[in-house]
Ligand binder design. Structure first.
Ligand code: AQP
Length: 330
């Protein structure tokens, strides 16, 4: 029986965070045996924020190394860089003619990001969901594993795909979003009502995957909590709730089990325990990451082979799209 297809990606718009790990890559690893997975470093998307060219190059390579370091096997998954497969950008133009200004205007990520980067509200930021839709649709993906912030983008992908299918006949599979039960939205350590984001200016708000243990300890010690002083699951305690989610994912426990274990402890003890759990999970990832970054030839081998394989699948879908809309084949 053919395996179902998965597509997902991360922008190399900065150093990857614990949010990217828990909300995305850690789940991808669990899916690699059961599904035919395409995991991409989405550098075209990263251009919606200004990137220093040499940093973008390094971050793209680092993201690829993180994928491998977290345990994604290049024999089982197709690991590639988005700009290496031009079909993404080509399909995005066509699909942008079938996506409406009104629906793109409703995207919360566009609203959030345009308020954060008011000096650079570029057209790419606005049409970002169209490119993301094409990333997914070109591979005929069944499932898209993402953090909850991306749910709306998968919904618009479904709408665009259905519109194309209705207008030109069945072409795309309609993908489903796949959101983890715990850890779908890791929050900022400084403003726990906001998502942990790699472009946050406050470094104390973010745990980077490559932060050394002492930095991780310090950031958790400074994490904003509340004056209630009880480890429990309450919407009035977003900081503690976030720490509970992080601990529960790292220790493979339910949030309720975590509360049971720490309900009689102070915040200091709990924060130390969360830091230790995160350090333990990240240690092997960090060791492997450093090895990989010293072996650029291997990284190149992986992303080139990935691009070739991705290109074949993506081209096939793009050819079908072009034919259906009435373009003359070359
Ligand atoms: N805080 C988070 N909690 C859970 N999941 C998260 N993801 C990102 N942040 C969290 C998931 O990681 C995947 C890749 O996200 P992305 O980097 O492509 O885009 P993003 O969501 O815009 O991430 P950032 O960190 O906020 O990037 P910047 O700051 O550059 O905009 C997605 O599956 C996402 O859900």
């Amino acid at each position: 029986m053919e395996k179902k297809v998965i597509f997902s990606g991360i922008q190399p718009s900065g150093k990857l965070t614990l949010g990217n790990y828990i909300g995305a890559v850690a789940n991808w690893v669990k899916l690699q045996d059961e599904y035919d997975c395409y995991y991409c470093v989405v550098d075209l998307h990263a251009m919606t924020q200004y990137q220093v060219p040499k940093d973008l190059r390094r971050q793209t390579l680092e993201a690829m190394a993180v994928y491998l370091a977290c345990g994604l096997d290049p024999e089982k998954n197709t690991l590639f860089i988005q700009s290496h497969v031009p079909a993404h950008a080509e399909a995005a133009w066509l699909m942008s003619t079938m996506t409406y200004f009104g629906e793109l205007s409703r995207m919360t990520q566009f609203k959030d990001k345009s308020s954060r980067q008011s000096e650079n509200i570029n057209a790419g930021l606005f049409t970002y969901p169209v490119l993301m839709a094409c990333d997914i649709l070109l591979y005929q993906a069944d499932l898209v594993p993402v953090g909850s912030d991306q749910k709306q983008h998968v919904e618009i992908t479904r709408d665009i795909a259905e519109r194309f299918n209705n207008r030109y006949s069945e072409t795309f599979k309609i993908p489903e979003v796949y959101i983890p039960k715990v850890g779908a939205r890791i929050m900022s350590l400084q403003e726990p009502t906001k998502k942990m984001s790699k472009s946050d200016e406050n470094e104390n708000a973010i745990i980077y995957l490559l932060d050394p243990p002492e930095v991780i300890k310090k950031k958790f010690k400074r994490a904003v909590t509340d004056s209630i002083g009880k480890v429990q699951l309450s919407d009035d305690q977003p900081g503690i709730k976030n720490l509970i989610s992080i601990y529960s994912v790292c220790r493979n426990m339910t949030p309720e089990e975590v509360v049971e274990k720490y309900k009689n402890e102070g915040y200091g003890v709990f924060k130390d325990a969360v830091a230790d759990a995160v350090i333990e999970v990240l240690k092997p990832v960090q060791d492997r990451f450093h090895e990989l970054m010293n072996n650029k030839a291997y990284l190149e081998e992986v992303y080139k082979a990935g691009a070739e394989k991705a290109e074949r699948t993506a081209r096939k879908t793009l050819r079908k799209m072009y034919k259906k809309v009435g373009f003359i084949p070359r």
